[in-house]
Design a protein around this ligand. Sequence first.
Ligand code: KIV
Ligand code: ZN
Length: 514
Amino acid sequence: MSNRIVIFDTTLRDGEQSPGASMNAAEKLRLAIQLEKLGVDAMEAGFPAASPGDFEAVKLIAGKIKKCQVTALARASKEDIDLAWGAIKDAVNPRIHTFIATSDIHLEHKLRMTRDEVVEATIEAVRHAKSFTDNVEFSAEDGSRSDPDYLCRVFGAAIEAGATTVNLPDTVGYAVPDEFGRLVAYVRENTPNMDRTVLSIHCHNDLGLATANTLAGLEAGARQAEVTINGIGERAGNTSLEEVAMSLFTRREHLQLETNLDTREIYPTSRLVSMVTGIVVQPNKAIVGANAFAHEAGIHQDGVLKNKMTYEIMEPETVGLKSNRMVIGKHSGRHAFKQKLTDMGYEIDGDDLNRLFDRFKELADKRKEILDEDIEVLVAEEILRVPSRFQLEYLNVVSGTVAVPTATVKLRIDGEEAQSAGFGVGPIDATFNTIAKMTGTHSSLLRFSVTAISGGMDAQGEVTVRLKENGVVALGKGADPDIITASAKAFIHGLNRLEYLKQNPRLSLNESAL
Ligand code: KIV
Ligand code: ZN
């Protein structure tokens, strides 16, 4: 058996099912390009039957991605499969991924179908998908809670109908590693013609066991792992790509399994996913958390200084974290700034560079030292830049234990100056209320998060908001040493993006209905 593991990334589909994580087509495309750079073998670009927006996003990605397989999800129905194919038919390497549930709980309560009917639906769906492309994946939803012999029967029927990959999901994150490994081994041994297909696994993290279950499945002979960046996904998420990738890499002598991933792209991909979804990575998250390579205890620091191997099992550089940071500040010139961007992997020139440099100088006047994270925020804001109807000119906020929180805001709206004041339950609420009143917008706030970009009392606060108005969802980001100003910037950025998306509906966001 080959020791090469196919990495199937589903950040753009299952990952997008994380509450509040929906991305627009342009954001998805940017992420798809980065996933290709990371070296995933297949990416699930979306679920075209979920909405016209999802269809468009998958089509856009399918037209741009050249090396990696582009997959679209479809229920086991002719209509879904037609839509999936319609969205990916121009891809260089398209794959249709069709699924139906196989557990008795789902058959009885959700599908209201008999076991025989599900087998029939499987055969029809795979045959129909096969009429478009040779590359067809079939998933048995809730596979880990299905009767193993029935699972083998369904997989056997799917393979007979032409499935080239069969996927065993732990849809509700119920499995434990030794049991899941045994199930994978059982399915391998007892499914007719299993040698004609790739056996895949897809785990969810409800018990925090997704990575352990995935590794157990691979050790038991599965050869495709379905994963997401930062482990985002439905409920507690999916198996995290970076954890599987670095387990396979760090323990390669023990596990003897390989991937095509360029592990140095892990950290940049993680940052990009966090940026476009607004989902902050927990500091102690394995591999990509801010503390993943930080040594706090004196005894550990002493050990690492003497020999890194005492407490470090991976080199930070392997996942794309730079250790020799060139520090730049207010005395750095344009050349040093450009060099810094290049070192961080950003090729930015011309007007974009000038604009970024001006913003860097503004920040450097306020802070002694500018860290890579600060620059990432500036770059992120530029990447997410859209034409600005609304611009912040001035903000003054009064709040405290006795004052009624009041915000006075001056904006430029379509080039005209406007000023107003308003109240709220706190300073941020007062600011948002005033800005909403002045711009005549009625968005609801889906997500609001503040993170300190770097340590210390003069750290920049980075605020992320997700706004929704008339079914359109937009992300806004703002950074400033003052978190109320950062919040105002993020809110205005989000409102500008909402305006832009409303006028460009093809780029608009959608909420998957799976
Ligand atoms: O978790 C699951 O079962 C899924 C399938 C659609 C593969 O996401
Ligand atoms: Zn899933």
